[in-house]
Design a protein around this ligand. Structure first.
Ligand code: 5GP
Ligand code: ZN
Length: 114
């Protein structure tokens, strides 16, 4: 999608601070980190929100979580732990409409979230 910020990162038009990449998934550091480690994991194909997930693209979610696992080991937070979050639409607080998984680590995280 030509006017999508995260698609521009996939195409290379914008260069993110990349931490992981494979054929299907890209991960990079959030520009406004909410924890010492704050990575966004995205599918390379454009999916706007979790509401657009279907049988044809659902396997991408598993691939995104395999990327999280690899990043946790790479960044040294697997044992200490981390949180993953996917925001959806207004009440979820979604601001970029290309599905992405937040991976937060490096400090104790509160529950419930605000
Ligand atoms: P959302 O609110 O949609 O769940 O999360 C969007 C995230 O994208 C936010 O945490 C925000 O800081 C991050 N973000 C917005 N613009 C950019 C950017 O240009 N580069 C990077 N790396 N992250 C961005
Ligand atoms: Zn996109």
């Amino acid at each position: 999608m030509s006017d999508c910020l995260f698609c521009k990162m996939v195409s290379g038009e914008i260069a993110p601070d990349k931490v992981y990449e494979d054929d299907d998934v890209l991960a990079f550091r959030d520009i406004n980190p909410q924890a010492p480690l704050h990575v966004l994991v995205i599918p390379k194909v454009h999916i706007s929100t979790l509401n657009e997930l279907d049988e044809a693209n659902a396997s991408l979610l598993g691939k995104m979580y395999l990327a999280v696992k690899a990043i946790a080991t790479q960044e040294g937070v697997a044992e200490g732990g981390f949180r993953t979050v996917v925001n959806c639409n207004r009440d979820g607080g979604q601001t970029v409409f290309h599905i992405h998984l937040h991976m937060l680590a490096g400090r104790g995280l509160q529950w419930p979230p605000g």
